[in-house]
Design a protein around this ligand. Structure first.
Ligand code: SAH
Length: 243
């Protein structure tokens, strides 16, 4: 099973120790604990501990490196977080797309998310070590988030991608899935009933059935909802017959 343990957050060259503490707190609130620091200017530091609040355990277990290469060793994929969209031949995704990709990797595959310095971000050489860039599509006129705020945004998306049960529309325990045959049956029932009640003119069908298909294909119907729709169609046919 894929877990958050295989994902590490790497902070490169952080200048303000307070930001390291705030980043640790942001990570811990989302259940992420692998923190790696590359050449932090001041660490350990009382400022970092103060800003971490109750997340100082992450600071205690943080691994400090003297270069990025050592922090990403053994990683299957390395993502660089970048506030600026440089013209680099590297794919750029937003956090939601990145976490979707991460969910596709094999279980146990190590992934690094690399964050840059407060003033200058990541250097070109550091960016060269990233296979993908992640950009938080912020205000175009003011797009640079505080380091810990960027950590928080990404950590939240990552956590959400590990919570499939709260995704809207998923088939859960009380939603029985239907298949393509069930849908085809529904569409033929619609076609017959709509003709029977005079809504669909077989001489001039326009795109009605195609549009209904599009509507119900989007709707992610479950068995219960399918039965309700069949029931409504039967009732419409019956009431038509009674007039
Ligand atoms: N002035 C720097 C921004 C540094 S902000 C620059 O222009 O690059 C510190 C770090 O937070 C960045 O290196 C990046 O890792 C992350 N960050 C801030 N805003 C971001 C955004 N909009 N998208 C992605 N990462 C961002």
């Amino acid at each position: 099973m894929k877990t958050l343990d295989s994902i590490r957050f790497v902070l490169v060259g952080t200048t303000h120790p307070g930001n390291i503490g705030a980043a640790a707190r942001a990570m811990k609130t989302m259940g992420i604990s692998n923190l790696h620091l590359v050449e932090p200017l001041h660490f350990p530091s009382a400022d970092a501990t103060a800003r971490a609040s109750g997340a100082d355990d992450l600071l205690a277990s943080a691994v400090v490196h003297d270069n990025l290469q050592s922090a990403i060793e053994g990683c299957h994929q390395v993502y660089g977080m970048s506030a600026r969209l440089r013209h680099l031949p590297v794919p750029v995704v937003d956090p939601r797309q990145a976490v979707e990709q991460i969910q596709q990797y094999q279980d146990g595959a190590q992934v690094a998310i690399v964050f840059g310095r407060e003033h200058s971000g990541l250097s070109n050489e550091e960016l060269d070590r990233c296979q993908n860039l992640i950009n938080i599509p912020a205000n175009e006129a003011y797009s640079s988030l505080n380091l810990a705020a960027a950590v928080q945004v990404f950590a939240y998306e990552l956590k959400m991608s590990f919570n499939p049960e709260i995704k809207v529309g998923r088939i859960g325990e009380d939603r029985e899935a239907i298949d393509a045959k069930d849908l085809e049956h529904l569409y033929s029932h619609f076609e017959e009933s709509l003709m029977a009640i005079g809504f669909l003119d077989p001489q001039n069908p326009k795109n009605l059935m195609r549009r209904l298909r599009r509507l119900f294909n989007r709707a992610d119907l479950d068995r219960n909802e399918l039965q309700i729709l069949h029931g409504i169609l039967r009732a419409a046919e019956k009431s038509k017959g009674e007039f």
